[in-house]
Design a protein around this ligand. Structure first.
Ligand SMILES: [Ca+2]
Length: 158
């Protein structure tokens, strides 16, 4: 029991420490937390959830521009790829914002790079399920393999 309580304190303490591992930027209607360390997509999801944040989503051109500018002011390399909270299941035609399950249908705002997403059923890559912003492409979106370690963005909506 003592060890359990100690464990709870330790985890809480580590969670607080982890909050310092993010660059915090206030945008319209939300605060985004840009990680300073890289993680696979699903680890990034866990990290956002543990801190009571959600994995960042992008609902409009304005939100996209604001997040792109925030990332460009923080990340060190314009070659960087950054995970955001979009995921597609193998059996699903659509990418969805993981926080709300919203499908990115034809009428949704999107900012895919040319020829992206390349995962099936759109094209031929069968192992690209996770969404990133690619700064070799000005922040445009693409899908990639989820196990890759990348910086990622959590958010808290107002
Ligand atoms: Ca791709």
């Amino acid at each position: 029991m003592k060890f359990y309580i100690f464990g709870v304190f330790l985890v809480s303490f580590l969670a607080l420490c982890n909050a310092e591992d993010y660059d915090k930027v206030k945008l319209t209607g939300r605060t985004v937390y840009i990680s300073r360390s890289k993680a696979p997509w699903f680890t990034a999801l866990d990290n956002c959830n543990r801190l009571r944040f959600t994995f960042a989503m992008i609902k409009s051109q304005k939100e996209n521009e604001e997040l792109t500018n925030a990332l460009l002011s923080v990340i060190k390399s314009d070659e960087e790829n950054v995970w955001i909270g979009g995921l597609r299941h193998d059996l699903d035609d659509y990418f969805r914002w993981i926080s709300f399950g919203t499908a990115l249908s034809k009428t949704s705002y999107t900012n895919w790079a040319p020829k992206e997403p390349t995962g099936r059923p759109h094209r031929t890559q069968n192992d690209e399920f996770c969404m990133q912003m690619s700064f070799k492409d000005g922040g445009k979106w693409s899908d990639n393999t989820c196990w890759r370690k990348r910086l990622y963005v959590c958010e808290k909506r107002d």
